[in-house]
Write a protein that binds this ligand. Structure first.
Ligand code: GLY
Length: 565
């Protein structure tokens, strides 16, 4: 059975069982406390404590989805038979509706009747109980009711059979898991608890279900394959890599990493993420650069990245039609990153050879490769493994922290000095915040700050957006900023914990990691950003705002130059 058919059967089955089918959320999650969407339940998080809200918004207390997910937690395992960074998760959800018995019955019926998986191939697991959360005997009873014998039901602890929360707090609970041919295929989470930031559990006032089944793993079972890389979701990519190999080195692990990371890159770019040195952008950069390094190792034909993008689009375009629309843009982004990294890659590899002479890469060595040659840690780790050299990862992390601290102090000095450069650019700086919010209002929430540079003469602002702005869009943006200036809105600043700031909806951008406590600058309800300042005290001080130029800065990134006064 091909994967498109599996998806169709899944949604049809759950629709028949009274679920509303909700489209996949973006990989850039609604819930800003996490970097990427890692599970199907994320877009439904509020409903687990508020079934009425689910009823209001979804008109239903049952939902099902096929969610695009990206997990960095499995990065090191990519290359084996069952782990990926990007994958799709089939899930059904109950918000104060059915609970353990219902979820187990649905899962059983779907697998045995729709997918025709034989009972003999399956085994199950439930939560064994600990000091806080009791043994899940209801799930055992539910399995027994459908005829599963107790010897097929294993019991495990928190590490295996307890799930959540995503981010720092949220719904979570014990799980019942289904294994087919010893591979975990479906995770049924019973959301009975809420875990707060101190990891304290309280019982939720309603019971919920959140299930997740990896499409690639199910496809592996349904297509009788030994690895996810042999399924129809990967086979065309693996075939293409082999075609692109001049010397036929056929390093299976390297090919698998390329296939997984190239696909992940396509989907992250498609959802508006661009390679950078921070947050989501750095996750994308890490996987793209790993593709580029492995492609060099395998000596792939030079247009390999474009070709890989095209196969990925071909596999998925039926279910994600926007991929085809964005194909050119995605290719432009990968080409640009490839050109950028290829410049430093050969020198970096030579530097690695030198540094690894005494059989160990120290934290400072790994940091040099990262800082001066743009090597993400994964690449240095791959190289160390290939050359059987030791690498001190902990010392590398410590080195990164040390440098972040130093550069933050530098930036604060640059922008903070009373009476100096800092004060003279305050007007440009506040205007930048207004511009950022105005762009999001006119163009959409995909707009993210990608860089900015201020001089007393002008401001420059880079942001993610796929197209040239029309004259009308420029005029609207300019008018919105000028309206806010005329309204003479006071600019306020508040110190708060980074996580709280993000929760409160503050926009964040910075080349470095934020400290735990940050300053949040607000212009009424119009703009709220984490920022080191300085800013004017009232928008009227800006005087006026005029866009001088709008141009491309990099693939998928536009640049506005403007003046104030
Ligand atoms: N939310 C369930 C899972 O990710 O397995």
């Amino acid at each position: 059975m091909d994967s498109d058919k599996i998806c169709r059967k899944f949604t049809e089955f759950f629709e028949r069982k009274g679920h509303v089918i909700v489209p996949s959320d973006s990989l850039l999650p609604t819930d800003r406390s996490v970097l990427l969407t890692t599970a199907g339940m994320q877009q439904f998080k509020p409903y687990f404590s508020d079934a009425d809200k689910a009823q209001q918004v979804l008109c239903c207390t049952r939902a099902a989805s096929i969610q695009k997910c990206f997990r960095t937690s499995d990065l090191d395992e990519v290359g084996d038979d069952t782990h990926l960074t990007f994958f799709e998760m089939l899930g059904n959800f109950s918000f104060g509706d059915y609970f353990k018995e219902g979820a187990i019955k649905f899962a059983w019926e779907f697998l045995t009747e729709e997918m025709k998986v034989s009972n003999e191939k399956m085994h199950f697991s439930v939560f064994e109980g600990d000091k806080e959360v009791p043994f899940d005997k209801e799930s055992v009873e539910a399995w027994k009711k459908i005829g599963i014998t107790e010897d097929k039901i294993k019991k495990f602890g928190r590490g295996d059979n307890f799930w959540g929360p995503t981010g720092e707090e949220g719904p979570c609970g014990p799980t019942a898991e289904i294994y087919v041919n010893d591979v975990e295929v479906w995770n049924l989470v019973f959301n009975e608890y809420y875990m707060d930031r101190k990891m304290k559990l309280t019982k939720l006032k309603q019971q919920g279900v959140d299930t997740g089944m990896g499409l690639e793993r199910l496809a592996m079972v349904m297509q009788g394959k030994k690895s996810i890389f042999e399924t129809d979701l990967f086979e065309p990519i693996m075939k293409k890599i082999k075609e692109l190999e001049k010397e036929k080195k056929v390093e299976e692990r390297a090919m698998r990493v390329i296939a997984d990371h190239a696909k992940g890159s396509v989907f992250l770019i498609n959802d508006g993420i661009r390679p950078s040195n921070v947050e989501q952008g750095y996750i994308l950069r890490r996987i793209m650069r790993r593709v580029i390094r492995y492609a060099k190792l395998l000596e792939l034909r030079s247009d390999y990245f474009d070709e890989l993008v095209k196969v990925v689009v071909k596999i998925y375009k039926k279910r994600y039609p926007e991929l085809e629309k964005n194909e050119k843009e995605i290719i432009a982004v990968v080409d640009e990153e490839k050109a950028k990294f290829e410049k430093s890659l050969s020198n970096g590899l030579r530097q690695f050879e030198k540094l690894s002479k005494d059989n160990e890469i120290s934290g400072a060595d790994a940091f040099l490769l990262y800082q001066s040659y743009g090597f993400p840690l994964e690449i240095t780790k791959d190289l160390a493994q290939e050359k059987c050299v030791k690498i001190d990862e902990k010392a590398f992390e410590a080195e990164v922290k040390k440098h972040q601290k130093a550069s933050r102090a530098g930036v604060e000095k640059k922008f903070g000095g009373a009476g100096g450069f800092g004060e003279r650019v305050a007007r440009q700086h506040t205007a930048t915040h207004l511009l950022h919010s105005a762009l999001r209002q006119v163009l959409g929430d995909h707009v993210q700050q990608a860089g900015s540079d201020l001089t007393p003469e002008r401001l420059r602002f880079d942001f993610t957006h796929p197209k040239k702005l029309t004259d009308e869009e420029k005029q609207r943006v300019e008018a919105i900023v000028n309206d806010r200036i005329k309204e003479a809105i006071p600019v306020t600043v508040e110190k708060m914990k980074y996580k709280d700031a993000v929760k409160a909806g503050a926009l964040a951008f910075f080349k470095e990691k934020y400290p735990e406590e940050v300053s949040v600058y607000s212009v009424g309800h119009f703009s709220k950003e984490i920022c080191a300042g300085p800013h004017v005290k009232n928008t009227s001080e800006i005087g006026g705002f005029k866009i001088k130029k709008e141009e491309a800065s990099a693939a998928g990134v536009r640049r506005i130059k403007a003046v104030v006064g």
